[in-house]
Structures are given as structure tokens and as C-alpha cells.
Design a protein around this ligand. Structure first.
Ligand code: HSE
Length: 304
């Protein structure tokens, strides 16, 4: 059999949490990063980055995709080969759209392919979760669709959740960054029983809303008391943009992942009005925003 010497890995963006599903639910979206891994006949690594905000990505050994590439080889007790990594970015960085998850998945999947696929998809997923620290971006980035992931005594349980086709997600991506680390630091370590019960109940309603497209359930189901109340002050204009979106007909908005991108769930008659309202509201705060309606990516990570 011919040895694979080059592989291109396409990984979708993800939006995590959807309000109350902190650290456990995520949805793959139709925005992509592409990472090409080619075995090189040099002794050094070479990383070339193009596309959105390319100059912000490190091109040395600290590059996250390279670190994930090395991690896989370490896991199979082999030395990583010299490699040329060409990264083409379509997902803005540090905006809550899972850009680090794409680097981790890209690096692991690329290495697995070049190594002859020694690891199963589940083993790659487990490594990715360990690297990222939480499953809600890496799992849908790898598998596609809407995924709920929970830790069990025998490993990660992954559930795919149906999303009603009438639901159209809109992402409003502001021109400022928010690091996940900073957005996690503002969260309390403990929560009251009342807040835990609140999130449990609302998350259940959200899942039914996502499945049925029932607007009342989507509206109620996106309420959260675990992370958004603490994070919204890190996002200038949050209240104004939320109000504009809801007044324009969005069911509700959520902070996408750790933010600052805001995700609105809409139905198609309201989608473009909601998108414009969110962009205008942020513009009134002096913030430039890229707003777009996106599709749910059902394929997950693709190699060719
Ligand atoms: N669930 C994580 C968080 C996602 O909200 O911190 C980060 O991308």
C-alpha cells in the first residue's frame, strides 16, 4: 500500500454552550479552517499561515496544530516526522467560534492520517478533549452536527441531537478578542442549588426546542445562570445587541463559547432582520461586526 505523504484536513467552526449547556453542548457551523500536512525532507518544521488574521498565528513549535500533531505521535510512541503545515484560516481567532479546537483536531487528525490511522476516531476524540480541557468544541468539530458530551465512568458519552431545520443560527462576530482563559476566570467555582436547578430545567427545555423548533421553548431554553451573567460585562454592547436581536425577532441570543461572538437563533423569515439589527446595535457602540447566517455543518472533519 502507498504511504500517505500529504493530507488536507478541513475542520468546522463550533459554537458551544447555547446558553445553559456550559461545557457540554456544541454545534458545528459552516465556517472552516483548512490544514494541509505534508511530510517534508528537511529536518525542521515549516508552518505557513494564510487567510483570516493569519499574522496572529505562531509559525514555530508553539503552534497549536503542530503541538497536536506531536501529541499524536507521542501517544503512539513514535517520533513526529518533519512536516510542512499549511494553514488556511476562515474562522476568526479568539472569538468563541472554536478556532483552537480546529487546530487541535486538525493536528491530531492530520498526524493520524500520515501515521497510517493507528488511532480510532474515539481515541482521537479523547486526545482532543484532554488537550482542550472541555469537550464542547472539539467533539462537534470532529463529528459535525449538534453534540452533547458527558463524562461517564467508562469514558465520554457522546449524543447527537437533532436540530429542527427551520432554526437558522446567526453569528455576530465583533472586531475584538476575548481569551477563553480570561472568560473562564470570571466564573465562580461553586453555584447555588437554585442556579443548578435553573440550568438543568432550562437545558432540558432547550433540547426540546432545538428538536421541535418550538419558539417558546427556544426562548425559555436559552436562559443561563452558570456563565453568561458573569461574562456579559466582558462583552461591550452585550445588552444592546441582545435587545436588538430579540426585538427583531430572534428567539434568544447566547454568548458563543466563551465569547465575544453572540449567537442568535432565528427562523428564516426573521434571519436577515436580526442580522442587521445586531450589526447596527454593535455599530452604535463603535464596534465593527461581521454578522452572518450560518448552516449547521453535519460532516465534521473531512480529510482529502
Ligand atoms: N465551554 C467553553 C467555555 C467553551 O464556555 O468556556 C470555550 O470555547
Amino acid at each position: 500500500m502507498m504511504k500517505t505523504t500529504s493530507v488536507t484536513v478541513t475542520v468546522p467552526a463550533t459554537t458551544a454552550n447555547l446558553g445553559p449547556g456550559f461545557d457540554c453542548i456544541g454545534v458545528a457551523l459552516s465556517l472552516y479552517n483548512r490544514l494541509k500536512f505534508s511530510l517534508a525532507d528537511t529536518t525542521t518544521i515549516k508552518i505557513i499561515v494564510t487567510g483570516k488574521e493569519a499574522s496572529k498565528i505562531s509559525t514555530d513549535k508553539s503552534n497549536l496544530a503542530y503541538q497536536a500533531f506531536v501529541k499524536l505521535y507521542e501517544h503512539i510512541n513514535k517520533n513526529p516526522p518533519p512536516v510542512l503545515i499549511e494553514i488556511d484560516l476562515g474562522i476568526p481567532l479568539a472569538r468563541g467560534l472554536g478556532s483552537s479546537a480546529t487546530a487541535i483536531i486538525g493536528g491530531l487528525v492530520g498526524a493520524n492520517q500520515l501515521a497510517g490511522n493507528p488511532l480510532s476516531e474515539t481515541e482521537v476524540m479523547n486526545l482532543a478533549i484532554a488537550m482542550e480541557g472541555h469537550p464542547d468544541n472539539v467533539v462537534p468539530a470532529l463529528l459535525g452536527g449538534c453534540r452533547l458530551t458527558a463524562s461517564t465512568s467508562s469514558g465520554w458519552a457522546v449524543c447527537d441531537l437533532p436540530l429542527h431545520p427551520d432554526i437558522v443560527p446567526v453569528v455576530a462576530i465583533p472586531d475584538f478578542e476575548l481569551s477563553t482563559e480570561a472568560a473562564r476566570q470570571v466564573l465562580p467555582k461553586e453555584f447555588s442549588r437554585a442556579d443548578a436547578v435553573f440550568n438543568c430545567a432550562h437545558f432540558g427545555i432547550l433540547l426540546r426546542g432545538l428538536e421541535t423548533g418550538n419558539g417558546d421553548w427556544l426562548k425559555a431554553g436559552m436562559q443561563d445562570k452558570i456563565h453568561q451573567p458573569y461574562r456579559k460585562s466582558l462583552i461591550k454592547g452585550y445588552e444592546e445587541v441582545r435587545l436588538a436581536a430579540v426585538n427583531a425577532g430572534a428567539y434568544e441570543i447566547a454568548i458563543s463559547g466563551a465569547g465575544p461572538t453572540l449567537l442568535a437563533l432565528t427562523n428564516s423569515p426573521t434571519t436577515s432582520t436580526v442580522a442587521k439589527a445586531m450589526a447596527d446595535a454593535w455599530k452604535n457602540q463603535g464596534i465593527t461586526t461581521e454578522v452572518q447566517a450560518v448552516k449547521i455543518d453535519l460532516r465534521g472533519t473531512v480529510c482529502n
